[in-house]
Design a protein around this ligand. Structure first.
Ligand SMILES: *Cc1c(COP(=O)(O)O)cnc(C)c1O
Length: 430
């Protein structure tokens, strides 16, 4: 197969952009080979610059929950753009967005909008430290919260794919303030709180860890986390950048019936434009500048195009019964994948919640990062390339989740299962 234009672009990109990409996972290092360059994305499909078409299960890493370039979102952006691209002074969309988030997400009484998920978690950490007057942060191995210095310790996503879950350039003094624990391990959590509970500003967690593949909290684990934080005066931060507005209107916290003190949001909220947000109890949020002493700001925060896109997408999700329809799609896919695993004799761990999924190339159980790392990455790599060559684009790393969107059709799913079956029979070893 020739990849003429993509290959030429990638070689040029590597001359001017580190690694040829603006975000590391796009470089395909985990699976080998080179990335394709996208010319166009619409609905559930991508077209590359060489004219190849793919069924897309990455959805720009989550934001494209309605599918790519939904007309209703594109029109909202066009309409907003005609009135100006950025004002740097309040616009009405910001109020609408804030009202919507506060009414949808149970624990959020006040919210501030930023430009990325990283900014949202970074601001949560600073706010938690400012509010509690404490310095220690607890995070979980394999959870990814963006490329925030204090959180790039045993991190997931690109940090995992590219060899080291810890980053150079993070001062040891800063990393020393971040305690990392294995996910789903109540004993270690208890031990840390008993030893240092009064020094912990916050625990930050992806309630559904989806940046080391996808695994689920064991019953009671998040409840224990909530209880430990409350009894020691530490804040509980749910990083719902991935799960917010994807699993339910109110994020995973609505399904789990747990109220974190702060919540970080991103991805789906921007409808494909760069947006993040963080919010929580009013008493905590009021510590932010200009009301309080914790500084936080952004030239483009609350940008009218980004707000218009996000509002259009979120309203369409609600109007269209999106969350129930995504659950139905997810459940259809799960049934078909499980059947295919049985047919092909692969005892692989397959995880799915709503429209998020992951197939680990190892046996169950996968409950944390250590388990996830048992995956046969060479087998994953050949499976990935088989699928890509057959027009099905899954995330180019074992340590990322897959995403369904409302534009995936029955024929997309049928075709995908055919390709998956051949991939599991052929390239993959057991
Ligand atoms: C993607 C992601 C982030 C970072 O968001 P960016 O917009 O890439 O900065 C943070 N937390 C989680 C859980 C994510 O999935």
């Amino acid at each position: 197969m020739t990849q003429n234009i993509s290959a030429a672009l990638f070689s040029e990109a590597r001359r001017y952009i580190p690694g040829g990409v603006n975000s590391p996972v796009r470089a395909f290092r985990n699976v080998g080979g080179e990335p394709f360059f996208v010319a166009k994305a619409k609905g559930s499909h991508l077209w590359d610059v060489d004219g190849r078409e793919y069924i897309d299960f990455v959805g720009t890493w989550g934001p494209a929950i309605l599918g790519h370039a939904p007309q209703i979102v594109v029109e909202a952006v066009q309409k907003a753009a005609a009135n100006g691209l950025s004002f740097g002074i309040p616009n009405p969309f910001e109020v609408e967005m804030a009202k919507l988030i506060c009414s949808w997400v149970p624990s959020v009484e006040k919210v501030r909008v930023v430009n990325s998920g990283t900014e949202a978690t970074m601001s949560c950490i600073r706010l938690a430290r400012g509010y509690t007057g404490r310095d220690l942060i607890v995070k979980f191995e394999g959870c990814y919260h963006g490329h925030v210095d204090s959180l790039l310790v045993k991190a997931g996503s690109g940090a995992l794919t590219h060899g080291s879950p810890d980053s150079a350039g993070v001062p040891a003094e800063l990393a020393a303030l971040t305690i990392t624990l294995p996910f789903n391990d109540p004993e270690k959590l208890t031990a840390v709180f008993e030893a240092q509970g009064e020094r912990i500003a916050a625990v930050i967690v992806e309630p559904i860890p989806a940046n080391a593949g996808l695994y689920l909290p064991l019953p009671g684990f998040l409840e224990q986390l909530r209880q430990r934080c409350s009894s020691h005066g530490a804040l509980l931060i749910f990083d719902e950048v991935m799960t917010g507005f994807r699993l339910a209107k109110g994020g995973y916290q609505e399904l789990a019936r747990i109220r974190p003190d702060l919540t970080a949001l991103g991805k789906v909220i921007g409808g494909g434009l760069p947006v993040g947000a963080f919010g929580g109890r009013a008493e905590i949020m009021d510590q932010l500048s200009p009301d309080g002493p914790v500084y936080q700001a952004g030239t483009l925060s609350g940008n009218p195009l980004a707000m218009a896109a996000g509002l259009a997408q979120l309203r369409e999700l609600e109007r269209n019964d999106g969350f129930n329809r995504l659950e139905k799609l997810g459940s259809e896919m799960e049934t078909a994948v499980r059947q295919t695993l049985t047919e092909t004799g692969r005892n692989y761990a397959f995880h799915r919640i709503g429209s998020m999924f992951c197939l680990y190339f190892c046996e169950p159980p996968v409950r944390n990062l250590t388990d996830a790392r048992r995956s046969d990455l060479a087998a994953f790599g050949s499976f990935f390339h088989h699928c890509l060559g057959s027009g099905v684009y899954f995330a180019p790393s074992q340590f990322e989740a897959g995403f369904l969107c409302l534009a995936h059709s029955s024929s997309d799913l049928e075709r995908t299962i055919e390709v998956v079956r051949a991939g599991l029979r052929g390239g993959a070893r057991s």
